[in-house]
Structures are given as structure tokens and as C-alpha cells.
Design a protein around this ligand. Structure first.
Ligand code: FE
Ligand code: ZN
Ligand code: FE
Length: 181
């Protein structure tokens, strides 16, 4: 086996056991992101409320609506592969949101630095989601879960757009600050 590479195999060469292991990983990751999205629905209103600028408040509130949709898309993805939707605590998202909470505590309401902190925390969340959905989408393709793959890709594109919008909001801050000088 020493000469064999560890790159992904095609379905034809995968044993049923290997196929099953990949499917299990896929379902575990679905449960993880399902928890993460549900948790975000609870936490995003607090982040929007804590934001200073209307632009950032709006961006977070818009993404909150999308996030609710991410939850239901995941439910559809579970359904499409005949699995019951189940959430398993995502320690990574829990940690990211704990840090976001700390940033809110450490910065004063109504300040620019508060918004920069919120943007930073939000982008870390988006990047985690982008990584998760990217992998999930690929795995769905490998496993032949076409419907799930389509749903996961839709959410992936929205996470990417949300991340770009946050970058835009951050850049607007920098430009405003420069213009005020
Ligand atoms: Fe999401
Ligand atoms: Zn996780
Ligand atoms: Fe998101």
C-alpha cells in the first residue's frame, strides 16, 4: 500500500465500507452546521442590536433572514437523503460566538470600534460557514446526493456574498475615516 496515494477515489473503486464512512462523515458535518445555523439565528439579533451604524445593522439583519433559510435548506437536505434532521453542538461555532459576545462586552455601544469588532467576529463566522458548506457540497457530489448538493451550494453562495458585503462595510468605514481627515 506504500505506493498508494491518499487522494479521493472514484465511486467505482470505493468499497461499500468506504462509501459508508464518507456518508457518515457527511451526515455528521450536516448535523454540525445545522446546530451552528440554529445558534446563529438566536445570536444575530443581539449582534445587530449592538451595532452602531445603520449599514451594519441592516447587513446583519438581512443575513439573519438568510440564515433562517439556511436552517430550512438543511432540513430539506436531510430529507433529500432520507435522514432525520438533527443538530449536534458545533464547538467551533460556539467558540466563535463566545468570542463575539466578549467583543461586545469589551467595546462601548455607539462607537466605531464596536462595529469593527462585530465585522471581525462576523467574518470569522462566515469563513467557518464557507469552509463547512464547501466541504459538504463536495461530499454531496461525491456521494451522488444531487438535491442536497444543489441546496448546499445555494447557501454557500449566500455565505460568500455575506462575507463580501461585510468587507464592503469595513472598507466604507476606512474610506469615511479618510474623508473626514
Ligand atoms: Fe448560514
Ligand atoms: Zn463544528
Ligand atoms: Fe452566514
Amino acid at each position: 500500500m506504500a505506493t498508494k496515494t491518499t487522494t479521493a477515489k472514484s465511486a467505482a473503486t470505493r468499497t461499500p465500507k468506504e462509501e459508508n464512512a464518507l456518508k457518515e462523515l457527511f451526515i455528521d458535518e450536516l448535523k454540525d452546521i445545522y446546530w451552528a445555523e440554529q445558534h446563529l439565528v438566536k445570536v444575530l439579533p443581539k449582534m445587530a442590536k449592538g451595532a452602531t451604524s445603520d449599514e451594519l445593522k441592516q447587513a446583519i439583519n438581512d443575513h439573519l433572514e438568510q440564515t433562517k433559510n439556511h436552517v430550512s435548506r438543511l432540513e430539506s437536505a436531510f430529507e433529500s437523503i432520507g435522514e432525520k434532521a438533527k443538530a449536534v453542538k458545533c464547538e467551533a461555532m460556539a467558540g466563535l460566538l463566545k468570542e463575539a459576545d466578549e467583543l461586545l462586552e469589551e467595546t462601548d455601544k455607539g462607537t466605531e470600534v464596536r462595529d469593527v469588532a462585530i465585522i471581525s467576529a462576523s467574518q470569522k463566522v462566515e469563513h467557518y460557514e464557507i469552509a463547512s458548506y464547501g466541504t459538504l457540497k463536495t461530499l454531496a457530489g461525491v456521494l451522488g446526493f444531487t438535491e442536497a448538493q444543489k441546496l448546499l451550494d445555494e447557501t454557500l453562495q449566500e455565505e460568500k456574498a455575506a462575507d463580501s458585503l461585510l468587507t464592503q462595510v469595513a472598507e466604507n468605514y476606512v474610506n469615511e475615516a479618510a474623508a473626514a481627515e
